[in-house]
Ligand binder design. Structure first.
Ligand SMILES: Nc1ncnc2c1ncn2[C@@H]1O[C@H](COP(=O)(O)OP(=O)(O)OP(=O)(O)O)[C@@H](O)[C@H]1O
Length: 659
């Protein structure tokens, strides 16, 4: 085995052959392991006497013995380089003293001058020092044998452990597996180690050494410091840049959980229902919305149930599937526009300086090289909450294309869903979201959210499910790899805090830039241009509007004379239909009705429509369904409608908004 085991060596020495019996035999038996240094001292004395008889008058022997003494000491020092420093010094000093005495005794005689005293005092002292050393090395109760016992229990018996580093609530121990075994074996043994130590499975993890297949470091965090709810302490960098880390929670050793969005790029937020995705979203958004150089587009199919407090701080919010599809189309439109602007201003990718007014001649779009003064371009975060349905509805490749291009356009996508399984999200789309914030998941789904090496190193979100809300792993560029397997917990947030963020930081947040706004409007038309704009509709304005609403009667001026209790007049539900006709219209008339419907929808900002929206008006159109569907196809051909990523849904190409 070649393994160094002081306990076993001691046993072997004790069991070695011995012929004495009785008390003397017992004493000899116990003393035996300690005899070699004393035998060495005795042998040295005899050698000193013999050498004197042989070389007392020889000058050459004097030179030879002195040189041998120096050489032997040097060799001892050299040979001891692989042992501990103490052992090396101890051995060299012993050899130096012994050989010096031998030389002196050979030349002058062992009983001359101080030599006998030196022998009688120095010899036992040196022998004893080796005996003490041996006693100290034997420590049957010591850590190593306990560790060995534990490692044997979990099938890692031959693993060697290095010196443990003990910090408050964290122990790290380097390990080396025997040659021929690999770190996979340690990964598999982690749950058993947790069981042997009686700690949660997530408390034990290993970090393989990237330079070695059989070495690494175990980390054990015995006490779960995340049990207590930790409330959001407030913005980490109010008025700072989005390029600074967002602080969204804490790791189990109390250090802050940080996410730098432009570095992480696109983020998948995953967790079973109740695992804490929404709370995590609020943490990220609360931080993002306190930064000066970022705009947020938010798709929230839950219609503000949880995220409503941040709506006023977002540049654009959509709340249904069609809105999400339109936002995806708009993103496709703004990416080249933003790339073009950044390129024209000398930015290879977005950086905080791109968000400032362009006063630096090095970032000028002017040919003459003078500063152009163009308004800056904020970073854009496009957040898709509850994205499973959206992704299922849109073409698989829609997100992939956006994700690949978005980096150079200064855009991060955030996609939140319960399961990022192959059924919900294509492998390509999953691969294009490089960062993951993974809350508790079903054990079988962990592989969709986290890379396999992170799971092998001990990350185990399946152990939490929704029993530990807010517990998460963050795997992202900009986060140390060691942290990828470290459990953390997001802050608990408070609607009042979010409302405060939306209101207080409104003057700090920059509005969206003209390039992005124009590109978005050219795709989404009034759905974008007529959105509730946080820049203009500050919370103060919203509050005064709200007060006005309370004071004013809830009736339009033209309806003021109508008696709400009176019977309704007979229904006339055909606003586009010529009064005389309930029969089939001419093709021209029917087309005109459909064009007017398109205009009306565009005015209302309802920019994604499909045949079924027209068919709902088939009576007004006055033609058969097949004709109506063919007319929709003609609109597509003529460019009034454009394909979206969703089958059967088309985007109205804005005619009312200047592109
Ligand atoms: N970091 C946290 N600290 C303490 N409690 C939390 C934390 N995160 C979430 N919770 C609690 O867990 C509950 C569920 O969280 P949340 O609504 O964020 O889950 P979810 O994953 O978004 O669920 P769903 O998918 O159903 O919307 C919250 O009401 C909150 O009480």
């Amino acid at each position: 085995m070649g393994e160094h085991n002081p306990e076993r060596e001691h046993e072997e020495r004790l069991k070695g052959g011995s012929s004495a019996s009785g008390v003397g035999a017992y004493l000899l038996h116990r003393a035996k392991p300690h005899l070699p240094p004393w035998l060495g001292v005795g042998a040295l004395g005899v050698a000193g006497g013999a050498a004197h008889l042989a070389w007392a008058d020889s000058a050459a022997a004097g030179v030879g013995l002195t040189l041998s003494s120096v050489a032997l000491t040097g060799v001892t020092w050299w040979a001891g380089r692989s042992t501990s420093p103490q052992r090396r010094v101890h051995s060299a000093v012993t050899v130096a003293c012994g050989s010096a005495w031998l030389t002196a005794a050979a030349l002058a005689g062992p009983l001359t001058g101080p030599l006998p005293d030196a022998y009688l005092m120095g010899g036992p002292a040196l022998a004893l020092s080796w005996n003490v050393r041996m006693v100290m090395r034997r420590n049957p109760e010591g850590g190593q044998s306990t560790d060995k016992g534990l490692l044997e229990k979990v099938g890692l018996a031959k693993t060697q452990l290095g010196t443990a580093k003990v910090e408050p609530n964290r122990v790290t121990v380097p390990y080396a597996l025997p040659q021929g075994e690999t770190n996979d074996k340690v990964s598999k043994a982690l749950p058993s180690i947790a069981s042997a130590l009686d700690v949660p499975v997530t408390a034990v993890r290993n970090r393989p050494d990237p330079e070695s297949a059989r070495r690494g470091v175990f980390t054990v965090v015995p006490v779960d410091m995340l049990r207590e709810v930790i409330w959001w302490p407030g913005p980490s960098s109010p008025g700072g840049s989005i390029s600074e880390p967002l602080v969204i929670g804490v790791y189990d050793d109390g250090t802050p959980l940080q996410l730098t969005l432009p570095q992480a790029l696109h983020l998948l937020v995953m967790g079973v229902t109740g695992a804490g995705k929404t709370e995590g979203a609020l943490d990220v958004l609360a931080e993002v919305l306190t930064r000066r150089d970022v705009a947020v587009w938010l798709s929230d199919p839950k219609c503000g149930q949880d995220l409503g407090d941040v709506f006023p701080a977002c540049d654009w919010v959509v709340q249904d599937g069609d809105g999400a599809a339109l936002m995806i189309e708009a993103l496709k439109g703004v990416i080249p526009a933003r790339q073009g602007w950044l390129g024209a201003h000398g930015y290879r990718s977005w950086e905080p300086a791109a968000a400032e007014a362009q006063s630096d001649p090095r970032h000028s779009c002017r040919k003459d090289g003078t500063a152009c003064g163009c308004p800056g371009m904020p970073y854009l975060v496009a957040w898709f909450e509850e994205a499973a349905n959206t992704l299922r509805a849109v073409d698989d490749d829609a997100f992939t294309g956006i994700a690949q291009e978005a980096r150079s356009a200064g855009i991060s996508l955030v996609v939140s869903m319960q399961r990022a399984s192959g059924y919900q999200i294509s492998t390509d789309t999953r691969a294009s979201l490089p960062a993951a914030l993974c809350f508790g998941v079903d054990e079988r789904d962990a592989g969709f959210a986290l890379p396999s090496d992170v799971l092998e190193a001990g990350a185990n979100p399946g152990a939490w499910s929704n029993k530990r809300p807010g517990y998460c792993y963050l795997v992202a560029a900009g986060v140390e790899e060691e942290r990828w397997v470290t459990p953390s917990r997001t802050y608990r947030n408070d609607p009042v805090a979010l409302e405060w963020v939306a209101r207080e930081f409104a003057p700090i947040r920059m509005g969206v830039d003209p390039v992005t706004a124009k590109a978005a409007a050219s795709v989404a038309g009034t759905a974008y241009t007529d959105r509730d704009r946080p820049g203009t509709q500050t919370t103060e304005a919203a509050v005064s509007t709200e007060e006005q609403r309370v004071e004013e009667p809830l009736v339009d001026p033209e309806d003021a004379g109508i008696d709400p209790e009176a019977d309704l007049p007979p229904a006339d539900d055909s606003p586009f239909l010529p009064a005389d006709s309930r029969t089939e219209l001419t093709k021209e008339e029917a087309r005109e009705v459909m064009e007017r419907l398109l205009e009306q929808w565009e005015r209302e900002g309802r920019m994604v429509v499909g045949p079924r929206d027209f068919l709902a008006h088939s009576e007004e159109i006055g033609r058969k369904p097949t004709w109506i569907k063919n007319q929709v196809r003609d609109f597509r051909r003529e460019g009034r409608l454009a394909e979206t990523s969703e089958t059967g849904r088309y985007r109205i190409v804005p005619a009312l908004t200047p592109a």
